[in-house]
Write a protein that binds this ligand. Structure first.
Ligand code: GTP
Ligand code: MG
Length: 243
């Protein structure tokens, strides 16, 4: 047993020496990614809580689904380079707002603003930046509501304010963005100008459709809550009641 340990120790000894600052940065980087991951979990939970509450109150889910991701190390390095920032852990925290990213997909446009407002009202959330690409779409037709939030996360020995990028959009806007994203990363598309023009047109049709779907939803739910009789409400209550 002792012998084995000794052998592996000698093998390690023969490895090239790892500079102390590299080892320390690698460890700090891993720790920072863990922290961003925890921040994502905090914000996701807040969104799930809102969705659960609203689904009981209105009998429908404003959020269709939520996805999240941590930015890949290569993308982090590329962005730091673009910002001419040093490749350090501190520079990641200082310069990048989208290491932790959450995407919230809603059915209707008004759900997007309702969810954003409810999130921003919470007193532990600080809004760093808001970009409303629904009010002001990007020239290519991209629509979404972007929020950069800061949220405190409690670790064993410290409270750390972490930044999270939240993108909120409709199902239709998300479909559009995923096709647009594919176009961006494909180098060999024939006639890319024509594809872009076609995509822009689709974005406008999608915006009109989202507006019409909202109008339909408002008609379906026009006599929601206030005008329903108590009897109606009781019938819809799913809990077993011992009346
Ligand atoms: P980035 O350097 O891309 O993060 O830009 P930014 O810091 O100016 O932020 P912005 O809010 O404009 O965009 C952030 C993110 O939104 C991007 O990383 C994409 O995920 C998404 N996004 C922005 N514009 C587009 C677009 O035209 N098409 C698609 N598919 N996604 C977009
Ligand atoms: Mg980004």
């Amino acid at each position: 047993m002792e012998r084995e340990t000794h052998t592996s120790f000698t093998e390690q000894e023969s490895l090239p020496e790892i500079p102390q600052h590299f080892a320390s940065q690698a460890f700090q980087f891993q720790e920072l990614m863990m922290m961003y991951n925890c921040a994502i979990r905090e914000v996701r939970t807040k969104l799930e809580v809102l969705n659960d509450e609203l689904s009981i109150r209105h009998k429908r889910n404003p959020i269709k689904h939520i996805t999240s991701r941590i930015k890949r190390p290569l993308s982090i390095i590329q962005k730091l380079k673009r910002y001419e920032a040093p490749f350090t852990v501190e520079a990641v925290e200082e310069n990048l707002n989208d290491v932790a990213g959450i995407r919230v997909i809603c059915s209707f446009i008004d759900d997007i603003y309702a969810i954003a407002d409810m999130l921003l009202q919470q007193d532990d959330i600080r809004l760093i930046r808001k970009k409303d690409y629904i009010q002001s779409p990007k020239p290519n037709g991209y629509r979404s509501l972007h929020l950069i939030l800061e949220i405190p996360v409690f670790f064993s020995e410290q409270k750390k304010n972490m930044r999270v990028e939240v993108q909120i959009r409709t199902i239709a806007m998300d479909f559009w963005a995923s096709v647009d994203h594919q176009l961006k990363y494909k180098q060999d598309v024939e006639n890319p100008e024509m594809v872009s023009a076609e995509l822009k047109e689709c974005a406008d049709i999608i915006a009109q459709t989202d507006a019409r779907m909202l109008a339909i939803k408002n008609q379906i739910y026009s006599n929601d809550s206030f005008h329903r009789s108590l009897q109606d409400k009781l019938e819809k209550l799913e809990l077993p009641l011992n009346l």
